[in-house]
Design a protein around this ligand. Structure first.
Ligand code: FAD
Length: 454
């Protein structure tokens, strides 16, 4: 007997990469889709703006939110081919005024998302400048979505609509998380800022800057600032061999262990016994998952940056399949993960792929949490999907989704290129974006990059 598929009325929250690919896959599966986007254009975090928030640390709950966390000079930290959707490869277009580099600028990523939306006519599904304010389950199993238009002459009134399902694609790299356990920080007189509000190095000229964190943002920003700052001091919890001390290329850049104490007279001392008189502390300490519009009556919580309980990082067992989250995983081949999550979610909503019972989903989640605990992976790394696979960087999660959907597993070239990039970042830290001739391994493969470029 042929499978009877159901078409649902689905609300997608967010018009970034996740919302776009979710809308595309949902519509392909036969659902009716409305995308709510509070900004005036698609692309989410890739819509660069020189504007920063009024509170540089992002602590004031009443501040006007600037969604993007991009700095002006940003180039991707993954090769474009690895990042891209499978159904719409992220390859050079050959069009004028485009960036054909393998690690392109943020403008090129935005153009790619715009091309994707144009090709699949997604624009007509999006309601721009429309902010979702409240989402909750109604009796009978439908979802109430309350929103308001935020256009210039349309400020105010909230409107309710009813949907069969809500797919949350609101992003998670906008709400700063700061290092707040530094002794003495309350009386330290200098300026503090989170990388969310860093755009250009100009304000740091001739300053002594302490950067907390060793992520890709900390890495890029420290180099950029070092060109004109007096001194840059990176401080990190990471204890890898050989990372501490003065940088061999940037002579005014040092790496230290964590801050021991900040002092009233402006000094910052580190756990290695050294200290500096600093002007600025720049927190490159990541972001918090944050869903202020979502009322699940406790069914989904953010606990130490773990969003849960969620089956496969997507479905809360007690509210599935009506509520789902696309895009929570981190440190992955991001757009590719979003695409696979979207395919499977669209199929679950239509009834093509049945979910296990609530109890079985909860068992799976608990087993997953126990596995993380046994491996010593902290709760706040729950969604860093490549950290807990064995070996790290293995595409287990992506392959699980692909298997559910019935599409090919992660391509061999994508795996190899991803691993090669990580290895290269360690080997050629300063030049990995422009000198990547060891990619011949990836290029050599049968289903590989040459084909994509041809
Ligand atoms: P977002 O792009 O954040 O989109 C979410 C959208 O939801 C936004 O448009 C927002 O306006 C909208 N929204 C939020 N709340 C509401 C609401 N209540 N109502 C209506 N709309 C709402 N990834 C890579 O693959 N490679 C990289 O090199 C890379 N570099 C990065 C560098 C930086 C500095 C940052 C911050 C991220 C980087 N990323 C990178 C990760 C990037 O976040 C993802 O690639 C991806 O773009 C996230 O897409 P998203 O749709 O999940 O979220």
């Amino acid at each position: 007997m042929a499978l009877q598929l159901t078409s649902k009325k689905v609300c997608v929250i967010g018009g970034g990469a996740a919302g776009l690919v979710a809308a595309h896959e949902l519509r392909k599966e036969g659902h009716q889709v409305v995308v709510f986007e509070r900004g005036s254009q698609l692309g989410g975090v890739w819509v660069y703006s020189p504007e920063v928030e009024s509170d540089p640390l992002g602590l004031d709950p009443n501040r006007k939110i600037v969604h993007t966390s991009l700095y002006k000079s940003l180039r991707t930290n993954l090769p474009r081919e690895v990042m891209g959707f499978r159904d719409f490869p992220f390859v050079p277009t050959g069009k004028p005024n485009r960036d054909s580099r393998r690690f392109p600028s943020h403008q090129e990523v935005l153009r790619y998302l715009e091309d994707f939306a144009e090709k699949f006519e997604l624009n007509k599904l999006i309601r721009y400048q429309t902010e979702v304010r409240d989402v909750r389950l109604k009796e009978g199993g439908n979802w109430m979505v309350k929103y308001r238009r935020i256009g210039e002459d349309d400020e105010g009134g909230e409107v309710d609509e009813i949907y069969d399902a809500v797919v949350v694609c609101s992003g998670h790299l906008t709400q700063p998380r700061i290092a707040n356990n530094i002794p003495g920080i309350d009386v330290w007189p200098g300026k503090q800022i989170h990388s969310h509000n860093f755009r250009t190095p100009a304000p740091y000229k001739d300053q002594v800057v302490v950067i907390i964190g060793l992520s890709s943002s900390a890495f890029d920003i420290s180099r950029e600032i070092a060109i004109s700052a007096k001194e840059v001091h990176i401080t990190t919890r990471v204890e890898a061999k050989g990372i501490f001390g003065q940088h061999p290329v940037y002579q005014n850049l040092w790496v230290h262990p964590m801050i021991e104490r900040a002092h009233e007279d402006g000094r910052v001392s580190f756990q290695d016994g050294t200290e500096v008189l600093a002007d600025v502390i720049l927190h490159c300490t990541g972001y918090k998952y944050y869903f202020p519009f979502l009322d699940t009556a406790g069914a989904v919580n953010v606990d130490d940056n773990r969003v849960g309980p969620l089956y496969k990082h997507i479905f809360p067992p007690t509210l599935a399949p009506g509520l789902s989250f696309i895009g929570l995983p981190m440190f992955a081949a991001h757009f590719f993960v979003l695409e696979l999550q979207s395919k499977w979610t669209a199929g679950v909503l239509s009834g093509r792929f049945p979910l296990p019972s609530k109890e079985k989903m909860m068992e799976d989640i608990e087993a997953f949490y126990s596995e993380l605990e046994a491996k010593g992976i902290p709760k706040h790394y729950t969604h860093r999907i490549h950290d807990y696979t064995d070996p790290p960087g293995h595409f287990e999660y992506e392959d699980w989704l692909a298997t559910q959907y019935g599409c090919p597993l992660t391509e061999d070239w994508r795996r190899r290129m991803f691993s090669a990039t990580i290895a290269l970042v360690f080997k050629q830290t300063e030049t990995y974006r422009d000198e990547w001739d060891n990619y011949d391994l990836a290029i050599d493969t049968d289903d590989g990059v040459f084909k994509l470029f041809s």
